[in-house]
Design a protein around this ligand. Structure first.
Ligand code: ADP
Length: 197
């Protein structure tokens, strides 16, 4: 099952992506996590990405695409994955489609996580205190939300036009939200193989 989670920063994509990946026994591929791991271990990729991340801007498409295509070509991703935080721009989306098409593959579903904006800022500020992420300051959070509106939201139309877009109401208990996503995917013909956690 090749699924993609779409939604603003703070919508809970990371938490839900992890659970869905477990339920379907596929890798959870988060571009944010990969960048943070690279920053942590001080790789060239990390050095390139860090400035953008700390400003709340997007890392350039060609850098992100190269990194993701490498990851998707690894054997553990052969039968599916849950993409989290990617694609994030129309260029990333169309290049992902081309990459997949060349391999005779395609995304199966895009789940859009719906959360009201006020709730997002509150959640992100809470997370800033828990995890100490350098991009979770109020200014950078606002910038990330703006970048989402401008650059990522257009993907909703892109995937809706392809019949792939499905809404998941992402407010409420974590378990309930997971179950909503599982029900939706099951309805689409993707039966979970394990408990989500
Ligand atoms: P969030 O969605 O909570 O803002 P992520 O962990 O998904 O956080 O991403 C953190 C940062 O990593 C982004 O603000 C951006 O700088 C960079 N990033 C992650 N994914 C992408 C992507 N697909 N394209 C460009 N930049 C990305």
């Amino acid at each position: 099952m090749r699924a993609m989670l779409l939604g603003p920063p703070g919508a809970g994509k990371g938490t839900q992506a992890e659970r869905l990946a477990t339920a379907y026994a596929v890798p959870h591929i988060s571009t944010g996590d990969i960048f943070r791991a690279n920053v942590q271990s001080a790789t060239a990729l990390g050095a390139e990405a860090k400035g953008y991340m700390d400003r709340g801007e997007l890392v350039p498409d060609d850098v992100v695409n190269r990194m993701v295509f490498d990851r998707l070509a690894q054997p553990d991703a052969a039968d599916g994955y849950v993409l989290d935080g990617y694609p994030r721009t129309p260029v990333q989306a169309s290049e992902l489609d081309a990459f997949l098409a060349e391999r005779g593959e395609a995304l199966d579903a895009v789940l859009r996580f719906d959360v009201p904006e006020g709730e997002l800022v509150a959640r992100l500020l809470g997370r800033a205190q828990e995890q100490g992420r350098t991009d979770d300051t109020e200014d950078v959070i606002r910038k990330r939300l703006l970048v989402y509106e401008e650059q990522t939201k257009p993907l909703e139309d892109y995937y809706a036009a392809r019949g792939l877009l499905h809404d998941v109401e992402a407010v409420g208990e974590i378990d309930v939200i997971t179950q909503r996503a599982l029900d939706l995917l099951t309805e689409l013909g993707h039966t979970p193989v394990a408990q989500p956690r």
